[in-house]
Design a protein around this ligand. Sequence first.
Ligand code: GDP
Ligand code: ZN
Length: 458
Amino acid sequence: METDTISAISTPMGEGAIAIVRLSGPEAVEIASGIFKGKDLNEVDSHTIHYGKLVDPRTDELVEEVMVSVMRAPKTFTREDIVEINCHGGMVSVNRVLELVLGNGARMAEPGEFTKRAFMNGRIDLSQAEAVMDLIRAKTDRAMNVAMKQIDGRLSKMIQDLRQDLLQSLASVEVNIDYPEYDDVEEMTNELMLTNTKKVHAEIERLLQTAQQGKILREGLGTAIVGRPNVGKSSLMNTLVHENKAIVTDVPGTTRDVIEEYVNVRGVPLRLIDTAGIRETEDLVEKIGVERSRQVLKEADLILLVMNYGDEITEEDEKLFEIVRDLDTIIILNKTDLQKKINTERLREIAGDAPIVSTSLIKEEGIDELEDSIKDIFFEGELDTGDMTYVSNVRHIQLLNQAKSALEDAMNSMEMGMPIDLVQIDVTRTWEILGEIVGDTVGDSLIDQLFSQFCLGK
Ligand code: GDP
Ligand code: ZN
């Protein structure tokens, strides 16, 4: 048990009008009241906030005007007494407050130490602690929601249920070993073991399938804009970014575009990429050929293929469609303000299943429809129900993969008619691996490693 009182700045450095210096530990209230002029913080009710002044007790010098919240254990994030000092957001003032606190009995918190204490004191489990970390890093609202749900313990609950299933069959093996004379016990044990391992295996596979989605939520949907020169790729990029960062030019093929942009389209994080000049695809196909282009474009999660309404479909276009076949693609039929020259029937044919959205980027028309269709392509199927638990954490993914292969070992052993106590070993291993996700079977060093990744003050 750690019993000292820790402190850190718990708001982002150099941002915002207000900064918070947080204290946690048995001395939190006492330390704060020793430097606070206002109400006696030792006497105030828990979960109340108080205006006053911070004064250096050695010099009687006024340091800051502050609001101080007092929250007493156990109904706090760390389950320890917590004091939060709200002060002006500037670097100088917040650092002075922190120095004052550290000079009067608190110790500087290590990165992630608040969350670590919450974990150590049983307030949250490990996957929840990691969700806090993801939350700190979450880039979009959607990613935020996923992180929030994980904090609610959905993943933890699911993993605990799976472990319970495994435990149940392990328990029945014990019964079987204790009473080997009953044949039907053995048969039931084998059956239960097989049913449960299959069920847990399927569930783990499903969780792993969400991992890709989780990655996209945090890193953005890798999106490539392709099309012949001058169709409006840079204009599209600009429209999506809503800032004129990419350079638009009238001369075909002279675009000098920004390499990567990150935009949030209706909750879908798009990472607009330009791998090896993907965006100037005519070069791509000519230089590196159809097969290689396909390889490059495969790296993208989404392709936006831009066509010109005022121009015929060329051989180059047909090649492009061939390249993006089987990839998630949205066709953007741009320049609808021009005289129609494109053969729309033919376009529909070569587009296959891909949605076609008409735009005039110059007149700012069709952009809502485009954003809708980006949202649809991303959230189609189960994803939009909000009913899904995403696995978005690299450590979880690794452990789930290990658990999956341990279960496969168990299933193989059963198929080969191996003795049940051999199967038991693999199932026990799976149970332990799953336990590591929720923090039940981890050693101290792993915990230290995990928590040191956290932002200071969290
Ligand atoms: P890129 O070469 O594919 O990147 O195309 P650009 O975005 O650089 O656009 C080429 C030219 O087409 C520029 O002069 C744009 O202003 C123009 N353009 C883009 N969108 C439209 C549109 O919807 N209608 C018309 N008439 N011109 C457009
Ligand atoms: Zn361009």
